[in-house]
Design a protein around this ligand. Structure first.
Ligand code: ADP
Ligand code: MN
Ligand code: MN
Ligand code: MN
Length: 368
């Protein structure tokens, strides 16, 4: 049976009345940095987070718990309109918790949320540029000649036309699915290596940034699945003269966005330079394969910064330097980061630790 025939049969069922029931697809991050999900029926339309029940799953099947104590709990933290099922159906982003009331080892959201809650005054915004690479179901780079290579990099970045761009259908479908779900995708472009793409999400404040990025990744994997395409977040999917994939992290606080804010941008860059090693540890696995000092990257071993410099660890956009306020770009994070870890440590380095924040609050209370 052809794919078209199957789709026609499925359509008949998708049009059936759900009789008031709503399907909620619960999504979580597993112990390998991948996304898992499972669906459940709810008996009414959901309008707020507290109406969503907690749930659980078998953590021994996802690297998240031992077999003898395998229940891991799913706590809903955000929900989005479901672009696949539509109607009142939703996708629910969850945090993973252990049976003993502690956050699961791979639940990095919990700590990050605490940091952001301590720093609401700074109004920290992020914009993430998610790069990724597409493969076919047999693990060949999508659209590349069988057993060979395409012509060297050059014509592919933002490329237009046959042979210069691959899988525009997947990318377009993902873009629309994100907008339907309320994800703040700010743009999309083809990358330097053929079949490598990027979407940007943001600016979003605090914890919302990583929530939105994980949801955008989930939607990408689901859309690609329909086209029998695989999504790779590996930072160096192909050795040799092919660009790696990153997740540039653009950052600003309220004071950076106001006139004269460049002063605070410079302070932040100085703070980042002092914690380079600690940051690199959280900036993705195999990132050393990507941060070589070539292919628009800086070396992983030392920190550098510069205006308009795409070979630096941190770049200040030319327009920001000219206007004297705005944001900066941390170019070090790899495509496979957990954005909770990255936005979390950036908040800590730029705005201070939770202890610092609490001390400031106490001081203010006492001397008011
Ligand atoms: P690049 O030139 O590095 O490819 P992009 O246009 O791909 O830049 O991405 C820029 C990102 O910066 C976007 O995600 C955008 O949302 C984000 N951004 C813009 N202004 C701010 C700001 N004030 N604070 C944080 N992020 C911002
Ligand atoms: Mn970009
Ligand atoms: Mn890019
Ligand atoms: Mn960038």
């Amino acid at each position: 049976m052809s794919g078209v025939e199957k789709t026609q049969i499925l359509q008949k069922y998708l049009e059936l009345d759900q009789r008031g029931s709503v399907i909620a697809e619960y999504v979580w991050i597993d112990g390998t940095g991948n996304i898992r999900s499972k669906g459940r029926t709810l008996n009414k339309k959901i309008s707020s987070l507290d109406q969503l029940p907690e749930w659980n799953f078998d953590g021994s099947s996802t690297n998240q718990a031992p077999g003898y104590d395998s229940d891991v709990y799913l706590k809903p933290v955000a929900f989005y309109p479901d672009p696949f099922r539509r109607g009142d159906n939703i996708i629910v982003l969850t945090e993973c918790w252990n049976n003993d009331g502690t956050p699961n080892k791979f639940n990095h959201r919990h700590e990050a949320a605490k940091l952001f809650a301590a720093h609401t005054k700074e109004e920290i915004w992020f914009g993430l540029e998610q790069e990724y690479t597409l493969f076919d179901e047999y693990d060949n780079v999508y659209g590349w000649p069988k057993g060979g290579f395409p012509a060297p990099q050059g014509p592919y970045y933002c490329g237009v036309g046959t042979g210069k761009v691959h899988a525009r259908d997947v990318i377009e479908a993902h873009y629309r699915a994100c907008l339907y779900a309320g994800i703040r995708v700010s743009g999309i472009n083809a990358e330097v290596m053929p079949s490598q793409w990027e979407f940007q999400v943001g600016p979003c404040e605090g914890i919302k940034m990583a929530d939105q990025l994980w949801m955008a990744r989930y939607l990408l994997c689901r859309v690609a699945e329909e086209f029998a395409v695989k999504v790779s977040l590996h930072p160096k999917p192909l050795k040799g003269d092919w660009n790696g994939a990153g997740c540039h992290t653009n950052v600003s606080t309220k004071s950076m966005r106001e006139a004269g804010g460049i002063k605070y941008i410079e302070q932040a860059i100085s703070a980042l330079s002092k914690r380079h090693k600690e940051h690199i540890k959280l900036y993705g696995t195999d990132n050393d394969m990507r941060l070589t000092g070539r292919h628009e990257t800086a070396s992983a071993s030392s920190f550098s910064s510069g205006v308009a410099n795409r070979g630096a660890s941190v770049r200040v956009p030319r327009s920001v330097a000219k206007e004297g306020f705005g944001y900066f770009e941390d170019r070090r994070p790899a495509s496979n980061i957990d954005p909770y870890l990255v936005t979390g440590i950036i908040c800590e380095t730029v705005c201070g630790s939770i202890d610092d924040a609490n001390m400031t609050k106490e001081y203010e209370r006492e001397f008011q």
